[in-house]
Ligand binder design. Structure first.
Ligand code: AMP
Length: 396
């Protein structure tokens, strides 16, 4: 683990102080119920610590995309109720963000008590990182804690702007995310293997470039495979392909050679004659998907090849599914890679988004070292970029 070079909640004395804590409570909701409480559960260590220290805890978050105005559909009230249940403690719910009710409830807080502000995105100033809005938010509290890793790549008022007006430190979740992922990037146990999948090469170029200088092997899967296959002169039928990235793909192959990185592409594919779960299937070997077919998943030989590399790895980073895993008939590659990682014994980091969902769905969550709570944020961190929600915190 690498130490975060930013102050954390353990570096401050929060007793009796009003502490504004930015959490990521952007939970999936359907039919008036929270489908997955993971994000709320991940916030509990910080909230419990602060309340236990006698802080007056003012929580805030966004939920969905309410377009800058009050919309009961995106109210955080449902989160306050779930939080109260999980904490076994009352969580007061403000009816606004920086309005009279928020101010009154914040002033009335006693040591160890907790409240939640309404959805910060009820104000369109939030996403504009508006200084006046940031200042108003800051005026509710005496200390700012950022624990929302999922939005740490965004420079919004509640994720970054507010830090200009208050002492600002990291919560446990951000500390854990940065320590585990940063540790893997800076001092990986070798062999270090990265597995990248998903839809587009263009989304992953930054990550590939950053990882090429660090990993021993890079395993490619998902739709971005076909841009590489076509760039190498292969046949891809009508598989997804970014024709304007063929040169980039060739460059990546060259860079990998120069850096002595084993860059592996799938050696077989499961193709379909339509983009649907019950499409006809065909296994295609080598770089040869016939006209009228499209690659939908890595094939069984590739699963074997990749699983062998994963088995030998000491550190693994995985981001992006190996195929169209939303369709059960094309989810095998993603499932098998998740299984191989869970059985590897390596330090394993799942970089958020779809790969995190796949690992959780398959019940391997407790067999991997770390599942990042941030899709976009994890990707930007793996690219080596500075995240505004972390850069704004006070240095140690
Ligand atoms: P990303 O957000 O870049 O990680 O991409 C995830 C998406 O890529 C998922 O929705 C997958 O269904 C999609 N995907 C993965 N493999 C393929 C493929 N072979 N063809 C089309 N889409 C794919």
């Amino acid at each position: 683990m690498q130490a975060l070079n930013k102050k954390t909640i353990e570096d401050i004395n929060a007793r009796g102080k009003k502490v504004l804590v930015r959490c990521d409570f952007n939970v999936p909701i359907s039919g008036g119920k929270i489908d997955d409480v993971k994000r709320i559960a991940e916030s509990l260590p910080t909230i419990k610590y602060l309340a236990g220290e006698g802080a007056r805890v003012i929580l805030c978050s966004h939920l969905g995309r309410p377009k800058g105005r009050f919309d009961p559909k995106f109210s955080l009230k449902i989160v306050a109720e779930k939080l109260a249940e999980l904490l076994g403690q009352t969580v007061a719910m403000a009816s606004d963000v920086i309005g009279e009710d928020a101010k009154a409830k914040a002033s009335a807080l006693k040591d160890g008590e907790i409240m939640l502000l309404e959805n910060v995105r009820f104000h369109d100033e939030e996403e504009k990182n508006d200084p006046e809005f940031s200042k108003s938010l800051a005026s509710l509290a005496e200390i700012y804690v950022n624990d929302a890793f999922g939005t740490a790549h965004r420079a919004h008022s509640s994720t970054a702007g507010v830090a200009a007006y208050l002492p600002a430190v990291a919560g446990y979740l951000i500390n854990k995310e940065i320590s585990v992922m940063g540790g893997a990037l800076s001092e990986p146990k070798k062999p270090f293997v990265a597995i990248l999948g998903g839809a587009k090469v263009s989304d992953k170029i930054g990550v590939i470039n950053n990882l090429l200088g660090k990993v021993d092997a890079l395993l490619i899967g998902g739709a971005m495979t076909y841009t590489f296959v076509k760039a190498n002169g292969g046949q891809i039928g009508y598989s997804l392909c970014e024709n304007d990235k063929l040169y980039t793909a060739r460059e990546i192959v060259e860079k990998a050679k120069e850096a002595n990185v084993r860059l592996l592409l799938p050696i077989d594919h499961l193709a379909a004659d339509a983009f649907k779960n019950d499409a006809n299937q065909k296994e295609c070997f080598g770089a040869c998907i016939p006209d009228g077919w499209q690659g939908m998943d890595i094939g069984p030989e590739t699963v074997n090849l990749y699983s062998g590399v994963i088995k030998e790895a000491a550190t693994i980073i995985w981001n992006g599914p190996m195929g169209v895993f939303e369709f059960d008939n094309f989810a095998n590659g993603t499932k098998e890679i998740a299984r191989a990682i869970s059985e590897s014994g390596a330090v394993s980091i799942i970089g958020g988004g779809d790969s995190a969902a796949a690992v959780e769905k398959m019940g391997y969550a407790d067999k991997v070292t770390h599942i990042s709570t941030g899709g976009g944020a994890a990707l930007e961190f793996l690219e080596g970029l500075e995240l505004p929600g972390i850069a704004c915190l006070n240095d140690r």
